[in-house]
Structures are given as structure tokens and as C-alpha cells.
Design a protein around this ligand. Structure first.
Ligand code: AMP
Length: 218
């Protein structure tokens, strides 16, 4: 199964991607995580993208396309995967398709997780992520609390509000999201790959709806 998850920040893409990984054995491709790791490691690319990410802006298509293409080079390429946060623009979608075609791989579905902006802002203000960059699991004070307050269940590190989860940054990210997503969705709709799933249902309902949507014939 090869799936793209599309949706604004805070729509639950990360949670659903994690479930798809655990239950269906898909490889997780999260460009946000890869970029944050590059910043932490201080690579040249990390230094180039940091000022943009800190301001909630998208990094250039060429940077993310290269990051993803690199994953598919060599023997350990992902065969079955779920992407979280990629492609984010029309041009990334075209580049991703070209790269997959070269690899003789095809997408099964693109899931658009739908939710209103104000609900997104409320959710994100409650988000707390593990400060251990190697772990980076996210919780939420409203609906996905850690067992011990402010500590990660997985590794015990302190939880924190990410810089790019501040309200002002979230509003800017939502603006960017709407500006770029319409063309992306139109592209996948035209290719009969697009499926809409409401992101406001309980987590398990969303998961079931996603799996059913993936199986739905074009
Ligand atoms: P995320 O963790 O997916 O919310 O991404 C966090 C930040 O990483 C975004 O606000 C962008 O600055 C950057 N980013 C992640 N994925 C992409 C992408 N596909 N295209 C451009 N920028 C991205």
C-alpha cells in the first residue's frame, strides 16, 4: 500500500500515519521530521531550511524533493509507505510522481483529512512533543495525554511546545497550506486518487475511514 496523507497541521496526520505504520507495516515518510533532524544535526541543508521553518514557511520544493528522492535511492527503498506532509505543493506532487514512476511504483490513494482552521488552532495549542529528537512522539493535553504529565511515555524525556506550534506560526502555516493545497488536490482528483476523510471524528473512526477509502476503487 502506498498512501499520501494531506491535511493542515494539527489535523491528526501524524497520529493516523503512525497507526498505518503499526498496523499495516507501512514505512513512514515524514518530511517535517527529516528536516527537523537535519537542523538538529547541523547539516548544510538544515542550516538553509531553519529560518524558513522557524517562521512557518514552506521550504523550497527542490530541497524536499531531494530529501525524499534520497530515501528511494539504493536498496532499502520504501516499497509500501505512508507520507505525512509530502507532497505539499503541486510541483512536489509532479516531482514525486516522476520519481515513483522511475522506480516502477504507483500510489494507491491520496487521503485529504478535512477540518476547519479554528479547530486546528485549538488542537495545536494543546500539542506537546517529546524533546528527544530521536523520539519526537507528540501528545495533546486535550485528547492524547501522556501517562505521566509532561513526560514522554516512550522515552521519559520532557514534552514541549514546538516553536512552529505557536499560534501566530500556526495561522501562518494554515495560510500557506490553503494557498498551496488547492492545486495539489486538483492534481490528485484528476488522477482519481483523491479521497476525502473527515478529521474531526474519533481517532479509530478516522483510521477505519482511511483504510476503507484506500480500498475504494478509483
Ligand atoms: P510538519 O512537521 O509536516 O508540520 O512540517 C514542519 C515544517 O517543515 C513546515 O512548516 C515546513 O516549513 C517544513 N516542511 C515539511 N514538509 C514540507 C514539504 N513537503 N514542503 C515544504 N516544506 C515542508
Amino acid at each position: 500500500m502506498r498512501v499520501v496523507l494531506v491535511g493542515p497541521p494539527g489535523c491528526g496526520k501524524g497520529t493516523q500515519a503512525e497507526l498505518l505504520v503499526q498496523r499495516l507495516g507501512l514505512r513512514y515518510i515524514g518530511t517535517g521530521d527529516i528536516l527537523r533532524e537535519a537542523i538538529r544535526a547541523g547539516t548544510a541543508m538544515g542550516q538553509r531550511v531553519k529560518p524558513l521553518m522557524d517562521r512557518g514557511l514552506l521550504v523550497p520544493d527542490s530541497e524536499v524533493n531531494e530529501v525524499v528522492a534520497e530515501l528511494f535511492r539504493g536498496e532499502g527503498r520504501p516499497e509500501k509507505f505512508v507520507t505525512d506532509g509530502y507532497p505539499r505543493t503541486y510541483s512536489q506532487a509532479v516531482a514525486f510522481d516522476a520519481m515513483l514512476t522511475q522506480q516502477f511504483l504507483a500510489l494507491d490513494a491520496v487521503i485529504n483529512l478535512t477540518i476547519g482552521d479554528d479547530e486546528v488552532v485549538r488542537r495545536i495549542s494543546g500539542r506537546r512533543c517529546c524533546s528527544n529528537k530521536g523520539c519526537a512522539v507528540c501528545y495533546n493535553v486535550y485528547y492524547r495525554q501522556s501517562k505521566v504529565a509532561a513526560r514522554c511515555d516512550k522515552c521519559g524525556s520532557p514534552l514541549m511546545l514546538r516553536d512552529d506550534d505557536q499560534e501566530e506560526t500556526v495561522r501562518r502555516r494554515l495560510g500557506e497550506f490553503h494557498k498551496t493545497t488547492n492545486a495539489l488536490l486538483a492534481y490528485y482528483r484528476q488522477r482519481h486518487l483523491l479521497r476525502e476523510v473527515a478529521a474531526t471524528d474519533p481517532v479509530e473512526t478516522i483510521y477505519t475511514n482511511i483504510v476503507n477509502a484506500i480500498k475504494q476503487p478509483a
